[in-house]
Design a protein around this ligand. Structure first.
Ligand code: ATP
Ligand code: MG
Length: 295
């Protein structure tokens, strides 16, 4: 029975798609049966997986509208995970779903038909808390929240956690926070260190040990339609996502995480090491979301 993980943060450009695609590839490389669902009308996870988002039909839109079965819409990628492609049609699907009964449950119902074919189903969400994201959170066992270690990173996190709490109360009581994933981390950037420390202070164990460094190879890979371990398997980005896959698998098995010293794993590469202007993180404090981060 597949464990479903939604990759969500309504803040744009924080590394949701990069994390969804490369975690899918890393889990598949570890012989897990993985389905990646592209639920973002931008279709970036589809493109980054090497699939033409304009030609992929049937796709996630048809699945949400019950015009196609998931099994008929998935395609197998070169990185050995299956992909349910997404594109701009998802916006139309969302609009049509607005008028239907149990509209938040449609993805969950559709994924049930393939749940025993996969170990993990990852859902890449759009950068908004819309009906598509609500469908992902309603279907999910856990939500993985990428957080970019830069200024304003924590902004909006409270409203996301409020949404998770509301979904848990009304739509999906089993929804857990899989973890907060620090992305685009640059160890030479003091601001990143401060944001990281704030995250740990607020969320404790909910902050995953794995940290994704800022790495140019991760940014290049999507334009080649390849996950990082096909594009450059020895890059820091590839190694970090393999570590994340290991951490997720250990969590599933109830094993404690292996501590990863930041200094050892996350030094930025020279081409990524430009220092941003020093800015204060004061005023970024979150409303204490103690009730939100249940395990
Ligand atoms: P959106 O909210 O638009 O869906 P997103 O949260 O999915 O965005 P991504 O598309 O994964 O974010 O990443 C935003 C940009 O940052 C992309 O150009 C991506 O290639 C780049 N990027 C993501 N992670 C890293 C990283 N660790 N190092 C360098 N570049 C990265
Ligand atoms: Mg994205």
């Amino acid at each position: 029975m597949a464990r479903i993980i939604a990759v969500a943060n309504q803040k744009g450009g924080v590394g949701k798609t990069t994390s969804a695609v490369n975690l899918a590839a890393a889990l598949a490389a570890a012989k897990r049966r993985v389905l990646l669902v592209d639920l973002d009308p931008q279709g970036n996870a589809t493109t980054a997986s090497g699939v033409n988002k304009h030609e992929a039909r049937p796709n996630g839109c048809a699945v949400l509208l019950e015009e196609a079965a998931v099994a008929d819409a998935v395609v197998t990628t070169d990185a050995h995970y299956d992909l349910l492609p997404g594109n701009g049609d998802l916006t139309a699907a969302e609009l049509k779903l607005m008028d239907t009964l149990a509209r938040e449950h449609r993805l969950k119902e559709q994924l049930a038909s393939v749940a025993n074919r996969y170990d993990t189903i990852l859902v890449d969400c759009p950068p908004t808390l819309n009906l598509l994201t609500l469908n992902a959170l309603t279907a999910a066992d856990g939500v993985l929240i990428p957080v970019q270690c830069e200024f304003f990173a924590l902004e909006g996190l409270s409203s996301l956690l409020e949404t998770v709490k509301a979904v848990r109360q009304r739509l999906n009581p089993k929804l857990e926070i899989e973890g907060l994933l620090r992305t685009m981390y640059d160890v030479r950037n003091n601001l990143g260190n401060e944001v990281s420390a704030q995250l740990t202070a607020h969320f404790g164990d909910k902050v995953l040990r794995s940290i994704i460094p800022r790495n140019i190879r991760l940014a290049e890979a999507p334009s080649h339609g390849q996950p990082i371990h096909l594009y450059d398997r020895s890059s820091r980005g590839a190694i970090a996502y393999i570590g994340l896959a290991g951490e997720i698998i250990r969590r599933e098995r109830g094993l404690p995480p292996i501590p990863v010293p930041v200094e050892a794993s996350d030094a930025a590469e020279p081409e990524d090491a430009a220092e941003p202007p020093a800015r204060s993180v004061q005023g970024m404090a979150l409303k204490a979301p103690a009730a939100n981060h249940r395990d």
